[in-house]
Design a protein around this ligand. Structure first.
Ligand code: F6R
Length: 609
């Protein structure tokens, strides 16, 4: 979702801004723009579409300046076009903004009526630019104007503000949308995420909600909305440039699928204890008594993270004997949730910035619930606000579609289940079996990835499908949901996912000779039951793609398109079953020529609700 970059320093700002925007392309956007201040004048260049369009326009116009701001926009108010693209200007003021100004209509009416302001775009951001400009006419400093404007605003924002009469300054503010300050000797960087500043500096400060940063070359000061000075610890970003590059792959998505043996090893490193059949998690940060006394898990996430939570439900209930409820964050946040001091709120998120997930976390905390974050992005809002956490260590996930983070989110839940389960009903023998299963995972995943040519060939047969159905039972039902989501978001094929046993209660009506059906049928406790459901599908003529266990020759009677996964423990089998579906979705999307890494309409980190 919208990316923000700012630079105030001693160098030409343009390459920093364009480079930063390119690094944040993965967040998803539909237009881009920059503003540079020089000689008391602001040059604004913006374009609809890809950053390449903006870069071409900049090459032609060659604006210069050592202070500048840039933006990739994911449209909320107003269609994606050049006029609605950021930056927006009002008099001497220029701003970029991520978030939503909820009371923009009232503010706009007042600005027109009382101040005769005229608007060019349909955006809420232009309203904020005018509000700051009106305040600046009265206030002494730019920061005072920004503060007094923001006190009238309802909604969320990460905003960077320039005033061409004060050319060596950027004022930044945050509420609800991520923003960090990057610190170098003679420059300050501002960005929505750390990927935009790597290579320039590894020193950052993460801004908190309702804070304003006043930035000049090499210096920054943070104040809160009461104008009180705030101090934050500087953090060191440990990301390397190569972690956010494609490393020779055609797409980030393929790179991220292929690197899973490594990311799995990373999340497990130092956390498994085979002798005790348990895990060691340093960040749980809770009195062990809490885990003995807790009565319930409440797992919250969106999209793929929600499906990871749903999969975790099957596993955690078995490992701990505790009930697990799983909720969509967007639904949960407006309910009257029933929680108590014995509930563990488990917040699952790759980015740690998803607006609904963050709001749900805050709602849980407001109600006194203990929270545990399963988070990938270090230093993200969720990571900072939860009581305890398990980092996913999956490395930067650049492709919009989540793959390696899903795998890590499921593994993190097994690690939590081991620790809590062992203090409750999970025996040492069962714990050891799970630890061994986890240790075997990297090599097993690699053996599936090694079949990529075969999976590619199968995918080619289904690239023209209009609909695809996914069926699985038990913990393979969430895998069906996740497989269906992956295919629909990157190939734009309509997909459905159902529990295989539920199919005959309605979806069976969809099956004909044309409909491709991905059917999860590996060897497990429900194998015979799942076989009956498979017969029902076959009887109606669906085109089957079966995911089964190596050596199960009987599956070939049902289809030529069988993908084999290694025999595995019941808790790691769903993780393995998901891997070929990531590759299947990828190759189908590539055959259809879609924008695999940045599928249409989607954003990586959904920072608006
Ligand atoms: C799907 C996908 C999304 C995210 C969802 C939550 O491939 O990427 O469904 O899983 O937007 O994002 P995080 O995990 O960052 O909270």
């Amino acid at each position: 979702m919208c990316g923000i970059i700012g630079y105030v320093g001693k160098q030409d700002a343009m390459p920093v801004l364009v480079g930063g925007l390119r690094r944040m392309e993965y967040r998803g956007y539909d237009s881009a723009g920059i503003a540079l201040v020089s000689g008391g004048h602001t040059a604004v260049v913006k374009r609809k579409g890809k950053i390449t369009n903006l870069a071409d326009a900049l090459t032609a116009k060659k604006p210069t300046g050592m202070t500048g701001i840039g933006h990739t926009r994911w449209a909320t108010h107003g269609v994606p076009n050049e006029v609605n693209a950021h930056p927006h200007q009002a008099g001497h003021i220029t701003i970029v903004h991520n978030g939503i100004i909820e009371n923009y209509a009232d503010l706009k009416e007042r600005l027109i009526k009382d101040h005769g302001r005229k608007f060019e775009s349909e955006t809420d951001t232009e309203v904020l630019a005018h509000l700051i400009s009106v305040k600046r006419e009265k206030d002494e400093s730019l920061e005072a104007a920004v503060l007094s404007a923001l006190l009238e605003v309802e909604g969320t924002f990460a905003v960077l503000v320039l005033d061409e009469r004060d050319p060596d300054k950027i004022v930044a503010a945050r509420r609800g949308s991520p923003l960090l300050v990057g610190i170098a000797d003679d420059a300050i960087f501002l960005a929505s995420d750390a990927t935009a500043v790597i290579g320039h500096t590894d020193r950052v400060v993460y801004m908190e909600d309702d804070e304003i940063a006043i930035c000049t070359p090499g210096k920054y000061e943070i104040i809160d909305f009461k104008a009180q000075h705030k101090r934050h610890e500087e953090q060191q970003i440990k990301l390397e440039l190569k972690a956010i590059e494609k490393a020779g792959y055609d797409h980030f998505l393929l790179k991220e699928i292929m690197e899973q043996p490594k990311t799995i090893a990373d999340i497990l490193r130092g956390r498994l204890d085979l002798d005790a059949g348990t895990s060691h998690l340093g960040g749980l940060n809770t009195d062990p008594k809490f885990y003995q006394q807790m009565t319930r898990f409440l797992t919250i996430g969106c999209g793929t993270a929600y499906y990871a939570g749903l999969l975790g439900q099957y596993l955690l209930e078995r490992m701990t004997g505790l009930p697990v409820d799983v909720e969509f964050a967007s639904e949960f946040r407006y309910r009257e949730p029933v929680v108590n001091g014995h509930t563990l709120g488990m917040i699952v998120t790759q980015s740690g910035e998803t607006a609904d997930t963050l709001a749900s976390l805050r709602e849980l905390k407001r109600r006194g619930t203990r929270t545990l974050g399963l988070v990938n992005v270090v230093g993200s809002s969720v990571a900072r606000e939860v009581d305890g956490g398990v980092y996913l260590h999956a490395g930067p996930e650049i492709s919009v579609a989540s793959t390696k983070a899903f795998t890590a989110q499921v593994i993190a839940q097994i690690l939590v289940g081991l620790q809590i389960g062992r203090s409750r009903k999970l025996s040492a023998t069962d714990g050891k079996a799970i630890v061994r299963a986890l240790e075997a995972l990297p090599a097993q995943v690699q053996s599936i990835l090694d079949q990529h040519e075969r999976i590619k060939a199968i995918s080619a047969k289904f690239a023209d499908a209009k609909n695809v159905m996914y069926l699985g039972r038990d913990a393979l039902y969430p895998v069906a949901l996740e497989g269906a989501l992956k295919l629909k978001e990157i190939s734009y094929i309509h997909t459905e996912a159902y529990p295989a046993g539920e199919m005959k209660h309605g979806p069976v009506a969809l099956i004909d000779e044309e409909l491709p059906i991905v059917y999860f049928h590996p060897k497990n406790d429900l194998y015979d039951k799942t076989r009956s459901n498979l017969e029902e599908v076959r009887a109606r003529g669906g085109r089957l793609i079966i995911v089964g266990t190596e050596g199960d020759e009987s599956l070939k009677e049902f289809s030529d398109d069988v993908i084999y996964i290694p025999d595995a423990h019941a808790y790691t089998q769903p993780i393995l079953a998901n891997i070929p579906m990531q590759l299947f979705a990828y190759y189908v999307a590539v055959s259809r020529g879609t924008d695999v890494d940045q599928p249409r309409n989607l954003a990586k980190s959904v920072t608006v609700e």
